[in-house]
Design a protein around this ligand. Sequence first.
Ligand code: 3HC
Ligand code: NAI
Length: 698
Amino acid sequence: METVNYDVQQGVAVLTFCNPPVNGMNHDVRVGIVQAVDRANDDDSVKAIVITGANKIFSGGADITEFGTPKVTKHPILRSVIETLEFSQKIVIAAIQGTCLGGGLELSMGAHYRVAHVDANIGLPEVKLGILPGAGGTQRLPRAIGLEKALHMIVTGAFVKGKEFANTGLIDKVVEGDVVQEAVAFAQELVKNNAKPKLLRDEKVAFEGDAQAFLNEQREKLAAANKHYPAPVTCLDAVAGSVFLPFEAGLKQERRLFMGLMSSDESLALRHIFAAERAAYKIPDIPADTPLREIKKVAVIGAGTMGGGISMNFLNVGIPVTILEMKQEALDRGLSIIRRNYENTMKKGRLTAEQVEERMGLLKGTLSYDDIADADLIIEAVFEEMSVKETVFKELDRVAKPGAILASNTSTLDVDKIASFTKRPEDVIGLHFFSPANVMKLLEIVRGEKTAKDVLATSLQLARKIAKKPVVSGVCDGFIGNRMLYRYRAVGDQLLLEGASPSQIDRALENFGFAMGPYRVGDLAGLDIGWAIRKRKAAENPDVPYEPVIGDKLCEAGRFGQKTGKGWYRYEEGNREPLVDPEVEKIIDEYRASKGVVPRTFTDRDIVEQCIYALVNEGAKILEEGIALRASDLDVVYLNGYGFPAHRGGPMHYAQQVGLFNVVRSMKRFAKASPQAAEFWKVSPLLEQHAESGEPLK
Ligand code: 3HC
Ligand code: NAI
């Protein structure tokens, strides 16, 4: 198909632009639309013009792949295309279906009339990319649907169904059938009635009451809720122009504000993440058309913390789940927790009673492996012990039907070893969910040495279906996320040892953007969990001398975190506010003395640099070893699984922004300042190489 197809149907020119996958408004499309509109205006057989997108999608907006390239500003820019529609002598009708977002919606608002399908997804999601609608959206949408609704759409980026715009100035006709045919018929009717071009720019912005007071109040709320993000407040400032400025001046102000956001660090980070989350699906040796295995029934082994949450993901999308447990009591407990979770969601108004029963109706419990023999996918979530995994996988190998995918949710164990317990290692894969598994977005997909390509492709597809953000990892201790986390936590403890306090470390990282610093997270999760793991590992390796960490000392003093009212902080009864505790300072002082350390001071910047660069260095080693495919995958992991602030774009993106040269120099400085930590700060050769060459880490 041509970039813009020109077809005349019963006196109406139908212009269909095409730029897969979502008809982004790239330069070719922009040129094509202007030429086609001119042609239709010169074509005597044409009385009106319908403009639409190919493949049942209007448009996903400006073509994001052009951002940062000279093509974005190459004429005609989107604003000029929109003006071409506005000032067309023959009336222009936009036929909207599928998605109509960002620049796509802005284009349609340049048309004189709009026909939309009831289910079309309409929105201005630019704010999610850290920018604002820059082709008149902040000026025309308020004129179409009023200030309050337009502001809400623009600052949230929400998608709204076509049917919601019935009887508004945005959509003239909402239809259920073929949108293009309906638009052509509507065009003919308009021509018959001698209808004139209707321009949104000529409308007034509707608002009842004091618009200035309303905007002031909204501005304050947005500023408080978006401390690290300038885009929402700037969106509001642009929208305010639609109320207080003449149309052209409002457009000019919108443009100026748009340019400012476009070059902001926050937008760069958010756009990086948008691309990174989509790149993570692409595995070089797995073609997009790899045949997939059908997943109609799922079984989960273990109804504990993870098993229950994992099951909910499938129930939520209508896939039946059977959970297998060892004992009836554990099974009953697991099933009742799932019910309680759904009922809590219902109480919050996000599910109806019927939906709860529908989901629970898809769930079965069993104590017998025979009941899961027909599952297409079986996910094991039993205790984290190789011997238990061995028992389970041998059983699965015995009962599972041929072609079933056998997955483990292990967070640390060797997936290849687990696969070796079966006679079908090609069917085995790691599906590492994060807790709470029904909430956390990240899914680490662990590709074993022998994992079949279609098993990996099916797992990626399944992740999309259950709305997870997948990242493929190779097999290593901790995979991508926990392996990096281990270094982050270790550097925190090293900083404590050398003189920083838990509250200083937490504060520095919270100011950087983390919702909680590592010591507050520790108190929330419970310090005894890590302690038990360390003790178990020490018992399993009696030949390796065990070096107690500071956290052990806290646990020995009965400080397990919030649940015992004291951990790295103390907590007053019924209050989660962390309070600095002199007892902890004493424990840390004694620990330092036992190691002969004379404390020194650290700035908040030192702390942030050390913690983040520890992630970066380990990330580079993970890339070196081929455990991750690309640097941006590490960012997806850290953002969706570990609360890394989105406006920083992930540790690897952040390092790139600081400059790898500077990052490596800092790491060498840390090693010099602390001889005990010199080994820790050994720079990854890959990182060193990129710091020298100036080439970004890919
Ligand atoms: N430009 C170019 N490519 C785009 C795109 C866009 N605006 N939107 C999506 N894509 C690409 C994706 O990168 C992906 O490519 P891939 O197949 O190579 O990985 C493909 O389209 C499919 O995207 P998704 O995987 O996200 O598919 P979904 O079906 O889940 O979602 C969507 C489709 C709702 C369109 C979603 O991609 C989306 O929200 N896109 C962003 C829309 C947006 O932010 N538009 C505003 C752009 S900025 C703008 O218009 C500025 C203007 O105001 C001046
Ligand atoms: P859990 O202790 O809450 O649940 C494990 C469940 O498995 C228990 O209900 C137990 O009765 C059952 N079980 C044990 N052996 C079994 C067997 N042979 N057959 C059937 N059921 C059996 O443990 P949790 O936290 O759910 O962890 C499960 C797995 O998930 C582990 O491998 C863990 O490393 C991993 N994981 C845990 C995360 C967490 O935050 N809890 C996060 C990510 C992964």
